[in-house]
Design a protein around this ligand. Structure first.
Ligand SMILES: O=C(O)CCC(=O)C(=O)O
Ligand SMILES: [Fe+2]
Length: 179
């Protein structure tokens, strides 16, 4: 699986770098050994939120999921309905829109490190979450696979100051404190 993702990533990152007119291609920023693959299993639960609203930390996240309508529940925030500040939190008024991928689709999320590397104000990481199926649907578990693409740990995210490695450590420490 990670081999498949690795196969499509150079083209994807190259095209994105051209569109964003980056001085240095994202392929050169990428630290292949920093990437991670995460297997998610969300069991059937009475809790509405299976994975709380968040932005991903890396350059991009490639996400695939078991294709089963009632096991979906992936939602993305309509950022025009909230304050899209660079903080991790979004306000309570945020409206979430369900994502309905087709069987072979790969969902791509822009991560916070890409925004910091590209320094394009209009390029905003997507806030997303996973909720349980509505009561009218069969209550099934959900499986998904996320491939997180990260910059090389030594990359200065804003061209100076914090490196990608320091940023990732800081974010991971914060999420341990809040969980
Ligand atoms: O399970 C999903 O579909 C979403 C996972 C996710 O957002 C994440 O791991 O960052
Ligand atoms: Fe995520």
């Amino acid at each position: 699986m990670s081999k498949e993702f690795s196969r499509i990533l150079p083209g994807l990152l190259g095209s994105l770098s051209e569109v964003l007119q980056l001085d240095l291609s994202l392929n050169q920023h990428r630290g292949e050994y920093e990437d991670s693959l995460c297997l998610h299993h969300y069991p059937v639960t009475k809790r509405v939120e299976r994975n709380p609203a968040h932005k991903d930390f890396g350059i991009l996240t490639l996400l695939i999921q078991e294709h089963n309508e009632s096991s979906n529940g992936l939602e993305i925030a309509d950022l025009t309905s909230t304050d899209a500040k660079p903080s991790l939190d979004i306000n309570d008024n945020a409206r979430f829109v369900p994502v309905y991928p087709e069987a072979d689709d790969i969902i791509v999320f822009v991560g916070i490190s890409l925004k910091r590397l590209a320094r394009k104000a209009q390029f905003t990481p997507g806030v997303h979450r996973v909720v349980a199926p509505p009561d009218s649907m069969p209550q099934t578990s959900r499986y998904s696979i996320a491939y997180f693409v990260h910059p090389d740990a030594r990359t200065k995210l804003d061209g100076k100051g914090e490196t990608a490695g320091e940023y990732l450590r800081r974010r991971r420490e914060l999420s341990h404190i809040s969980s």
